[in-house]
Design a protein around this ligand. Structure first.
Ligand code: E4P
Length: 218
């Protein structure tokens, strides 16, 4: 399973990169705004900085909701760096744009997926990635993991190349359950990734190893 980090924060991206397990980055307009990045030039420069840190796919989302606008924005984003994946919402013009980008060799991430039907359409249009939002489904008392399993079955039935990018990951159990089901990628905050490290028996065991070493070595 590929590990993406879901942030526009350069320090966190660098920290995840330094861990040696980072395969890519996802951003969205809310995450960019959280970092105070505004204005076309600053936004473009920020994407370039992210692409310089990570050797992997970096999702950059279009703001337009009409076909022509999405194509204009997406083509400009794709020209910034070979790592850029154009992130497009699952709406009618979005599907048309994904088909256009796919036909023209531009990678896409179809975002805001909350149903299997949406994921099926995105795959038919040729999306590189599809992003089901697990955490936001959990927030409305619907098991986000059921959607990941449903999409996995559908994509396997027809051998779609589209990768399932489990998004809106909130905690380490989301990551583990996604891995069990067979999501191709997960994207989440650094805290959910590093939480995978935690186990009290590891802490106790390491403390004992170090204490025993000290006993005989001073
Ligand atoms: C996906 O690409 C989105 O950026 C993201 O995972 C949304 O997560 P949230 O529900 O925590 O905002």
């Amino acid at each position: 399973m590929k590990f993406f980090i879901d942030t526009a924060n350069l320090e966190m991206i660098q920290e995840a990169q330094d861990l040696g397990i980072l395969d890519g980055v996802t951003t969205n307009p809310s995450l960019m705004a959280k970092e105070g990045i505004s204005g076309n030039e600053n936004i473009i420069n920020h994407y370039k900085k992210i692409c310089e840190i990570v050797d992997g796919d970096v999702s950059a989302e279009v703001i337009s909701t009409d076909f022509e606008g999405m194509i204009r924005e997406g083509e400009a984003l794709a020209k910034l760096h070979s790592n850029i994946v154009v992130k497009v919402p699952i709406i009618k013009d979005g599907i048309k744009a994904i088909k256009y980008f796919s036909d023209n060799g531009i990678k896409t991430n179809c975002t805001l997926i909350f149903s299997a039907g949406q994921a099926l359409l995105a795959a038919k249009a040729g999306a590189t990635y599809v992003s089901p939002f697990i955490g936001r489904l959990d927030d409305v008392s619907t098991d986000g993991m059921d959607l990941i399993a449903q999409i996995r079955d559908i994509y396997d039935n027809y051998m779609f190349d589209t990768e399932i990018l489990a998004a809106s990951v909130r905690h380490p159990m989301h990551i583990i359950q996604c891995a069990e089901i067979g999501a191709d990628v997960m994207t989440g905050p650094l805290s959910a990734i590093t939480a995978l490290l935690n186990h009290p028996l590891t802490d106790i065991g390491l403390a004992k190893f170090l204490a025993d070493f000290k006993k005989v070595n001073g």
